[in-house]
Design a protein around this ligand. Structure first.
Ligand SMILES: Cc1cc2nc3c(=O)[nH]c(=O)nc-3n(C[C@H](O)[C@H](O)[C@H](O)COP(=O)(O)OP(=O)(O)OC[C@H]3O[C@@H](n4cnc5c(N)ncnc54)[C@H](O)[C@@H]3O)c2cc1C
Length: 380
């Protein structure tokens, strides 16, 4: 068993880490304060080729699942908000197109993504959160078009997206078999961005309401076969779990690094607080959980690469453990900073806020436990 990254992956990590140190970390607090989406940084990331990682080689893609996990971790280490925007654009939102799109759809949209266009994945609705099958957004065919009617909520990149993938039902009585997947372009008549959520964290990435009011799209914007939308949505979420685990690992790493540095600097009772056993035990637990989270995440990424699809149980374990470990690590990082940890003078409070969502989106911790248990017991 080899626990080392190969030379290419190590070089890639060093390149991304360098970029994050120069182009993301210095600005992350400002983006958090202003809710600003860093368009210029996204373009620079595209110039580095970061928006081609893990995509099919025939469309200019490079690297594998583990490379995507490394990029997601490093970017999230600098900014959890930019991290999730990247993960959604390149992974979750593009998956329906890269795995089920026509050759024309792949060529067109992968090229636009590689240029640094932003993509959203619009599935959640007011009555369809964990219970994704309860979608109400409707579509109907009219000649060479589909007409979409409904409202999506909480959509990451929703306000910025140049195009998005979305899901609607032809007839709710058909259950999952009524769902189809579509791509919708920004500026399509009948499509608009509604309310923007005021969130606890990940401020640079919007969470937007998207309104489809008799939104007419060409029939060629159907993704995959009609009636296969539920499966496409589920596959996309399954595939994306590993990168959410990576996001959690990245944020946790940032919190851990900050806590260790602070503990070696801050003196109380005449010595650095790192000398107090109470602090040492916290650091030991943080380091151990961080390693365990990263190993579970890399295993799931490696299995995805080996099997050509996401391993349900192992990916859910990685997302569940990494997000909850990140919670504990960020909590301890604030504790180690004492009163300063509760202020905006230090970034640990941002890590604490940014981390929290990793336990909720793309399947809550409860949904991950459900997935793991069903895989083990064979129950539904
Ligand atoms: C910042 C942010 C960004 C997001 N980005 C996107 C996006 O880009 N695209 C998108 O489509 N969606 C997105 N979402 C939506 C997100 O995926 C959902 O919020 C999430 O899946 C949970 O759904 P819900 O909020 O409706 O909670 P609910 O499903 O109402 O869950 C409420 C609580 O009940 C629990 N629960 C529900 N059912 C069960 C059960 N059977 N057993 C045990 N416990 C249960 C849940 O675990 C949770 O604790 C985003 C949300 C946020 C907050």
């Amino acid at each position: 068993m080899d626990f080392e990254l190969n030379e290419e992956q190590e070089m890639f990590r060093a390149m991304v880490r360098d970029f994050v140190a120069n182009e993301i970390e210095p600005y992350a607090t400002e983006w958090d304060e202003t809710n600003e989406f860093p368009y210029a940084t996204v373009k620079k990331m595209a110039e580095l080729g970061l928006y081609t990682v893990g995509l099919p080689e025939e469309y200019g893609g490079m690297g594998d699942e583990l490379t995507f996990a490394i990029a997601s971790e490093e970017i999230s280490r600098g900014s959890g908000g930019l991290g999730i925007s990247y993960i959604v654009s390149l992974g979750l939102a593009m998956y329906p197109i890269t795995m089920h799109g026509t050759t024309e759809q792949k060529a067109k949209y992968i090229a636009r993504l590689a240029e640094g266009e932003t993509v959203a994945f619009a599935l959640t609705e007011a009555m369809a959160g964990s219970d994704v099958g309860n979608l109400e957004m409707r579509y109907e065919r009219e000649g060479d078009s589909f007409i979409l009617n409904g409202t999506k909520i909480f959509i990451t990149n929703g306000a910025e997206a140049d195009f998005l993938t979305t899901f609607a039902t032809k007839d709710r009585s058909l259950g999952h078999k009524g769902f189809s997947a579509f791509v919708v372009e920004k500026g399509t008549p009948g499509f608009s961005v509604g309310k923007l959520e005021r969130k606890m964290g990940i401020h640079p990435a919007s969470a937007a309401e998207l309104v489809f009011d008799n939104c007419r799209i060409p029939a060629e914007n159907l993704i995959g076969e009609e009636g296969k939308g539920f499966r496409i949505a589920m596959e996309a979420i399954d595939a994306s779990r590993v990168t959410i685990a990576s996001q959690a690992v990245g944020i946790a790493q940032a919190a851990y690094d900050a806590a260790v540095a602070y503990a070696k600097e801050r003196k109380q009772f005449g010595v650095e607080i790192a000398r107090h056993q109470g602090i040492q035990f916290m650091i030991a637990d943080m380091a151990t959980e961080l390693d365990a989270a990263r190993l579970l995440t890399y295993r799931a990424a490696w299995l995805t690469q080996e099997q050509g699809k996401s391993p349900l149980k192992e990916a859910a374990m990685a997302k569940l453990y990494a997000s909850e470990a990140a919670h504990r690590i960020c909590h301890k990082a604030v504790q180690i900073h004492g009163g300063y940890g509760y202020t905006r003078e230090f970034p640990v409070e941002r890590y604490y806020r940014d981390q929290r969502i990793t336990e909720i989106y793309e399947g809550t911790s409860e949904m991950q436990r459900w997935t793991i248990a069903r895989q083990i017991t064979g129950t539904r």
